[in-house]
Design a protein around this ligand. Structure first.
Ligand SMILES: Nc1ncnc2c1ncn2[C@@H]1O[C@H](COP(=O)(O)OP(=O)(O)OP(=O)(O)O)[C@@H](O)[C@H]1O
Length: 295
């Protein structure tokens, strides 16, 4: 990637009127393909997404996309941008097709035939051709998410920003949604914000982990897990058994509570070696960043 290509964010800072510093010097360098933004609730992901989508302004910092100064010229980005927010609004009485028509019109698709063709292609792409004539308000949660992607793809954006896309979707809908995202990522920069670590591990070439308004780690999933190779051990604890205080990742299983610990040598005591997953690296890096902040 050349220096001015892709999405480049430097020193982005935002403090809300209530004093919450939601972004605290965020740096990002995002090239073509799918890029993940992972972080716990309240980390600042949505604030960052809305700022990148030109819906709010930062207090300080710079954003460029393919050389465009996004803060100085938001309209230039808007022409190239697709944004899928956490929730798409309610549009009572409006059919899917007519809402897409309005969006296409706003994106400058003034030729009716071209507009119709684009809308038909988009509806087919998200598997909603059969229900384009139905009111959006009657769509299921999964259909609504897919429809949101169609809306975001109007005008063939070069930058697609997707905020928490798969919450509440069943596995088939989630897979379909991921397939569409991966297809779009073949032609555009796609920024996927989520707290579902598996989605990022399966889909994204690179990612940033965000916590308390800062990027605390950046890299490919394999780069983030590599430092934990050979150092993770797991064991399942029966109900009532004490779990180590420093367990990295604790999850319920049908046979008890599974805990993963970090140790340079095997702790014995029923522990077996555990190959690091992005989920482990995520918990490890978040814990490290909290310790660094507390020190
Ligand atoms: N409009 C606002 N006014 C004041 N504080 C806000 C506003 N929006 C967000 N915040 C606060 O800023 C911080 C970051 O919120 P943000 O929604 O960006 O995080 P998030 O990572 O998207 O969280 P989630 O995963 O829960 O959606 C939180 O402490 C939140 O309460």
């Amino acid at each position: 990637m050349s220096n001015s290509n892709g999405l480049i964010v430097k020193g982005l800072t935002k403090t809300y009127a209530n004093g919450v510093r939601a972004l605290n010097g965020v740096h990002l360098n995002v090239g073509p393909g799918l890029y993940g933004l992972l972080g716990p609730n309240g980390a600042g992901k949505s604030t960052l997404m809305r700022t990148l989508a030109t819906l709010q302004t930062p207090d300080a910092g710079t954003i460029t996309f393919n050389g465009i100064d996004v803060i100085a010229s938001p309209d230039r980005l808007r022409r190239r941008l697709g944004y899928l927010p956490q929730q798409i609004g309610a549009y009572p009485g409006v059919t899917g097709r007519s809402l897409l028509e309005r969006f296409a019109w706003l994106k400058g698709r003034t030729d009716r035939r071209e507009r119709d063709a684009e809308i038909s292609t988009l509806l087919a792409r998200v598997n909603l051709s059969d229900v384009g004539h139905r009111e959006v308000a009657t769509y299921s949660g999964g259909m609504l998410r897919r429809f949101g992607i169609a809306l975001a793809l109007v005008g063939s954006p070069q930058l697609l920003i997707v905020d928490e896309p798969t919450a509440g979707l069943d596995p088939a809908e989630r897979n379909h949604f991921h397939r569409v995202l991966a297809e779009v990522a073949a032609e555009a920069v796609v920024l996927l914000s989520t707290h579902i670590v598996d989605d990022v591990e399966n889909l994204c070439g690179r990612l940033s982990i965000v916590n308390r308004g800062r990027v605390v780690a950046e890299g490919a999933p394999a780069e983030l897990t590599a430092p934990l190779a050979g150092r993770l051990w797991t064991r399942t604890y029966a109900r009532g058994e004490p779990i180590p205080d420093d367990a990295l990742n604790v999850s319920p299983t049908p046979s008890g509570t599974r805990a993963v610990v970090v140790r340079d040598v095997s702790p014995g005591d029923g522990f077996v070696a555990h190959a690091p997953k992005l989920d482990d690296a995520y918990h490890y890096l978040l814990a490290e960043s909290r310790q660094a902040e507390a020190a």
